[in-house]
Design a protein around this ligand. Sequence first.
Ligand code: IDP
Ligand code: MG
Length: 162
Amino acid sequence: MLQDKEANAAELERTFIAIKPDGVQRGLIAEIISRFERKGFKLVGIKLVVPNKEFAQKHYDDLKERPFFNGLCDFLSSGPVVAMVWEGEGVIKYGRKLIGATDPQKSEPGTIRGDLAVVVGRNIIHGSDGPETAKDEISLWFEPSELVSYSSNAEKWIYGEN
Ligand code: IDP
Ligand code: MG
């Protein structure tokens, strides 16, 4: 795999995905990463971080009026989170499909939350819900220098060559 700053410059769709503290504590990091990886999406940024509460509040700013906001921010800042950026055609929307519905009781079997979680307050994973959110969340969690553009030999087998 060669690092290539120009790789796929025209078709870079990226999304922010986080394995929340419950997913990390339950030993689900590899399981979750493998679902994105096997699909054919490309990991371009990853780090383990413990966000503080102020950072969690920024991340969930759009939910600040909701009754569960405070507990949610306490929870997100309660331990290590795996912060990631994944790249690929349709990755924002399809990433949400891989994740499943917000409430694991309503997530289909075969989805991450459907297979691996039970209640909405411990649904193990976050994924950006649209292009604007993806852009904002990636820049909240990552410096540009922490994201790596590269081409992989698998791409021609995932996308075809013409
Ligand atoms: P999403 O994670 O599927 O995008 P959002 O509506 O953006 O769902 O909510 C963010 C997170 O807030 C959820 O993943 C879940 O952890 C938590 N949450 C959402 N609704 C509830 C609720 O009714 N009770 C407790 N926590 C909730
Ligand atoms: Mg959301």
